[in-house]
Design a protein. Sequence first.
Length: 273
Amino acid sequence: MTTIKTRSGTELYLKDWGQGRPVVLLHGWPLTSDTWDDFAMAAADAGFRAISYDRRGFGRSQQPWTGYDYDTLADDLADVLEATDAQDAALFGFSMGGGEVARYMSRHGGRRVSQAALIASVVPYMLETTDNPKGTPQSTFDGMTAAMKEDRAHFFQSFFKSFYGVGVFTGTVSDAVLDWSFNQAMAAGLKPTLACAQAFATTDFRPDLAHFRVPTLIIHGTGDQTVPIAAAGHAAAAGIPGAEIIEYDGAPHGLFASNKQQLTEDLLEFLRR
């Protein structure tokens, strides 16, 4: 098993497929780098180097007690780029992973990065506040936390149906994909699961947006019930200089599975520019 050790001593599980210009893939909550496998294979086959890793606390990475704030997670990303000697890299962040991209661009000055993509991303700010009225109410996140503490397995069985739009959109994903996602979620530690949920719910990335100084693509489903497009994709596109947004009409949150072929084609086209 390939791992790298971060500056804080946490070991992260890493996949490094193919050769060519690197694209570093940041996964969503509460999943693992496996959710990027389909795109990583396509990218490697197309002449790119696909690097993905399990966020600390999730999948096959270590589960330390601390370090689930976005500053530390961005430092982990910096350590992955350093360990793999990734240069001229594209950073692609799905959902929670978009926050790591944003914080890396500000905290580490976008070093080694030449492109960025935010897919169904939590950027720029999920929480409803007086100056972010389209955000998600705090009560929603409080309810999620209480449900996970009471019966995490039951919570995730329901959560992934909304995540993929099951029962709302026809033909989104199979029951097997729901099972696969559930198994990944339950492999994470409870502490990182709760701490990362708090981090993506409450971290304000609006100050980070000006630090995107590379071509940036935003992809978001208009039917996303997990990270609604108004407070996320639309706001990010408005705040990142020169950003391009592609909207998937009626698509749910889990685009890597629900809109796999379309997402792969759009991301490869972006990489080839």
